[in-house]
Design a protein around this ligand. Structure first.
Ligand code: AMP
Ligand code: ZN
Length: 480
């Protein structure tokens, strides 16, 4: 039977079971990147959490249909792509310059996803390919009395929709109905009619529309692509918490204003990645890209693990210490996998604390699944794996697990890797790595660099290896 998964729903502010609209299927829309620059690892935290969400549903037996848009027309893109053009440049030239910038950063973004083992969405629509759908949606809202045109731009009339503010839990009293903003991003204390279609300013690329030359506002892009590709009823829609207001609130207004019924059942938001107490953001200049970290020798999968080992609804402070801890945890899991791939060597005889490996494995499987089903509790899911590792390592030291038991453990590691994507079957020999570390420790001791020697010993410990310094000066090792 398929396991039911529960997620915190921003709409109701409760953890609720996700009840699929179609049996066994989940439609998932996640707001994608604005491709004017490199994604920073704060952005990537959100995409990593959504990847885990998708994998958790797939692992639980659901067929997930995922749509992630690429925002390739927007204020910042226009700002950064048009600067080098002459004042008299044609509209075609302006579009070409915009496309050159967004194509470049779309490719880079997709490479980042691959390096982090983030599965590609089934649909990756570009906003510029859906302009007719956006125009039709705005026209429909006009017909319904929910939108009005003014000087070539079109605005949403928030007073016309009673549920406006339901997602961000806004106080309707404080809204300034009738006043309008042209900016796509604004704060909760300036809740006004928002822009759906922007009239073209000099020096901007434009499309023809019933309101003259112009371009879509950011919010209408996701409503149009989401409704076109996933339909009139969607199971889950997700983004970072900064998208709750105004972006997602406005998506609800647009889509539900047009449809006349609820569009999305579950709204799921991931918390921020912070740096020294501040949100990581391009505008604050306090960010790292994945490339910055790789240049410093960080394995992208260690970043993946560091982020996923924290609960998605908790603020996470980025640190290099956290990355190192993640590397050590990963080494421990991988060393355990290696041990299970090999044959049991020890035969310590009867052991008072002996356990039934199969029963212990069933227990871990249950704990892992239940933790994920409870609002993607990744720290608990990982704890289930680490407890299993300690218990079975101890058992294997005394009473070697049989080949069949070892294979059952390996199957469980594959199942859990389908969600975390961080400990795949590897061919590189762990023994070679251990021998290299022992050699590094020997050199450190030879140079009387005791701190370094201790550091390497700790590193080996994290791999599940204990060293035995022998009288003859050589060092042996065993797994614990
Ligand atoms: P953008 O490319 O700016 O549209 O953002 C892409 C995604 O990254 C959105 O879902 C944002 O909510 C998310 N995001 C932006 N900054 C952070 C951060 N510091 N931590 C986590 N997610 C973020
Ligand atoms: Zn969006």
């Amino acid at each position: 039977m398929r396991q039911s998964l529960s997620l915190f729903n921003t709409l109701t502010r409760r953890v609720e079971p996700v009840a699929p609209i179609s049996e066994g299927q989940i439609s998932l829309y996640t707001c994608g990147p604005t491709v004017y620059n490199f994604a920073h690892i704060g952005n990537l935290r959100t995409f990593l959490f959504q990847d885990l969400l998708k994998r958790a549903f797939r692992a639980a037996g659901y067929d997930v249909r995922h749509c992630m848009n690429i925002t390739d027309v927007e204020d910042k893109i226009i700002r950064d792509s048009q600067g080098a053009l002459a004042a008299g440049a044609s509209n075609e030239e302006r579009h070409a310059a915009m496309k050159a910038l967004t194509d470049r950063f779309t490719t880079i973004f997709l490479e980042d996803l691959d390096n982090l083992r983030i599965q590609r969405a089934d649909h990756l629509p570009k906003a510029t390919d859906y302009i007719p759908q956006m125009i039709r949606l705005v026209q429909d809202l006009e017909v319904k009395g929910l939108a009005y045109a003014r000087e070539g731009s079109v605005y949403y009339r928030i007073a016309g929709l009673p549920q406006y503010g339901c997602l961000a839990h806004l106080d309707r009293e404080g809204m300034q109905a009738g006043a309008s903003v042209d900016a796509d991003e604004y704060e909760r204390d300036s809740v006004t009619d928002f822009v759906l279609w922007k009239s073209a300013k000099p020096g901007e690329p434009w499309w023809d529309s019933p309101w003259g030359h112009g371009r879509p506002g950011w919010h209408i892009e996701c409503s149009a692509m989401g409704m076109e590709l996933l339909g009139d009823r969607v199971d889950i829609h997700s983004g970072g918490v900064d998208l709750i207001f105004p972006h997602h609130e406005n998506e609800i207004a647009q889509s539900e204003g047009c449809l006349g019924h609820r569009w999305v059942n579950h709204w799921v938001h991931g918390e921020f990645l912070m740096v020294e107490g501040q949100k990581m953001a391009k505008s604050l200049g306090n960010f790292f890209t994945l490339r910055d970290l790789v240049a410093k020798g960080v394995d992208p999968i260690a970043l993946r693990y560091a982020i996923q080992s924290n609960h998605y609804r908790k603020v996470l402070n980025f640190s290099f210490e956290g990355l190192r801890a993640a590397e050590n945890s990963l080494k421990r899991i991988r060393a355990f996998r290696k041990r299970m791939e090999g044959e049991g060597q020890t035969g310590g005889g009867p052991w008072a604390e002996a356990l039934d490996p199969k029963a212990r494995l069933d227990q871990a499987r249950l704990a892992f699944g239940s933790a994920l089903a409870d609002d993607l509790n990744t720290p608990e899911a990982l704890a289930a794996i680490f407890t299993l590792i300690s218990d079975l390592n101890a058992q294997d030291d005394h009473v070697a697990l049989t080949r069949e038991e070892r294979d059952a453990v390996l199957a469980f590691l594959d199942e859990t890797d389908a969600v975390f994507a961080a400990w795949p079957h590897e061919t590189a020999s762990l023994d070679t790595e251990v021998e290299a570390l022992i050699e590094a420790r020997r050199a450190a001791k030879g140079g009387k660099n005791w701190a370094e020697a201790d550091r390497v010993r700790d590193q080996l410990k994290a791999l599940g290896i204990v060293l035995e310094d022998r009288k003859d000066g050589t060092t042996g090792w065993r797994r614990f």
